[in-house]
Design a protein around this ligand. Sequence first.
Ligand code: MSP
Length: 646
Amino acid sequence: MAENFYITTPIYYVNDIPHIGHAYTTIACDVIARYKRMKGYNVKFLTGTDEHGQKIQDRAAALNTTPRELVDNIHLNFKRLWKVLNISNDDFIRTTEERHERAVQAVFKKLLDQGDIYKGTYSGYYCVPCETYVAENNIAENKTCPQCGRPLKIVEEESYFFAGSKYVPELIKYYEQNLKAILPEIRYNEIMSFLKGGVHDQSVSRTGVKWGIPVPGDEKHVIYVWFDALINYMAALGYPDTNSEAFKNFWPSVRHMVGKDIIRFHCVTWPLILLALKINLPVEVIAHGWWTCDGEKMSKTRGNVIDPFKMVAEYGLDPFRYFVMREIPFGNDGNFSELALVGRINSDLANDLGNLLNRTLQMINNYCGGVVPECSNSNSDLSAMAQEVLTRVDDAINKYSFDNALKIIWEFISRANKFIDEHTPWVLAKDTSDESKAKLNYVLVNLYETLKLSGLLIAPFMPSTAQRIYSQLGISTAPVEELFKNFEWGKSAGNAIKKSEVLFPRIDVNEWQKARDLKQAEAKKPEEPEHEAEISIDDFRKVELRVAKIISAEEIKKSKKLYKLEVDLGYEKRTVCSGIKNFFKTDELVGKHVILVTNLKPAKLCGIESNGMILAASKKIDGNAEALTLVIPENLENIPLGSRVS
Ligand code: MSP
């Protein structure tokens, strides 16, 4: 019977577009899932989206849409990314799905019934972006959040509490007996000292938030988004039905991969809930580090957030997957630099792996008519190393040491490149003696087998490259569907190779740098646009745009930004307050034909009712307009006032 293996990513917030951090965790889980499948495990790999809470509610309000519409749209970006990144997840859970909401309410009710959830009052500092209360002793300077640095809000509300603190001694004991339950060690130590410092009961409901799962029997509360989110891991296995096949098979082997910033939720809150439910704790919680970009923290305002879609479009999927797994030791923070990515493409992929394939196939073509020759004994340094490599890679992957696993595979590839130079097959080919012929076959078979095994070993990291290698080696099976245990050295005689295009074309670094400098100079980078959710043509038609003429403009004394404008639509005149004072004098405006949004809800600005909005384009820095121009299409004055713009 195959052993079960259940691996999960965090579920991602849908208030934003996916970035490299999301891609990284998911690729790491994908590598593990693919590797374990190839080791014969029965794998379940889960990912999904975290769709409730204040953040989503606020974002939807800012976009003038409903939370439902927002999450229905944005979660698709994640699904699209996983397709682009060739992620082999078996399931994708959304916290707005019925199966999840049912599981969350079941947990809440059970804990309420057994007295582990009780009602009280909460007052404290709350960080809205992080959706979390911050303990007094953790508050950063100027009452800001220690996690994200943004200002905290004081919140007081009636709340349900989870009496997790009483399970803390049991949790400490569990960790003392399971030293590898939190990886790497630095995170284990961090959690242990946190637990030993004392843990309060946690608030697990909110009254101020509407977008969430209602507390069973007390609907003015919704369940706190983190309490809600963590349960996804069980919901995907059919919880509350703990007798379901999926739950019985996979829950005992559950492993969570997370970023270092969310380990307290996964290594304290979550296991305390599980202890209260009398359900086994995760076998491992593996915490990875954070990516910075060219040495700086990534942020939207800096405009340096790495977009995985872009990276894949520019450098190819497998080089990107390879780079993020190879570049930094898992668990550490690391720096993303495109130059380093180009360096790895040229050296590791094009030079080492690509050349080995190219040279080997070339020689099999030239010396053996494109068919793998017979060789009575192909035992060699390489075949001995192959066994070692399989064991060492297994060990590295079981420790989530992806960079080491790749280093070990590349030592093998480099050894094979050296093997060519040591045995000079081109010299052997010139000698027609039987002895030389046999030696040549021996060399070529060894190289062929090294490539075959390398294809297998890289399959979890670079599935399509592995497939391309297999196809060129003339092997008809798919490497990702192979089992490591079935690999046999020296059993490939007769395979007809199919040499085709090079695996990874080299990138000319000088040309690349020039093109990059040019791009940067041209760009003078507009801020990363805040994309709105997709709308239909019918949605767009709801915006009524018409041609209008400004007939008067006057200052509003109380306002630094606003002018009061009178506009003529032909069929009526209106007052509009417009934030363009810093960019025009009043007399520059009078007589201009402009485009007006005519069906905006009236708004009172500085005591004046504004009935519409004039279209303008602006250059914004840090949210403030630095330059602004009115949208005035050519010859607009020839179009009658009041005409519809579409
Ligand atoms: N919704 C919660 C998780 C709930 S799990 C029950 C959440 N979502 S998130 O979208 O904000 O973050 C998801 C993951 O992305 C986290 O593991 C976080 O560590 C990771 N990353 C976000 N930025 C990152 C980097 N710059 N680098 C690496 N990973 C980072 O938290």
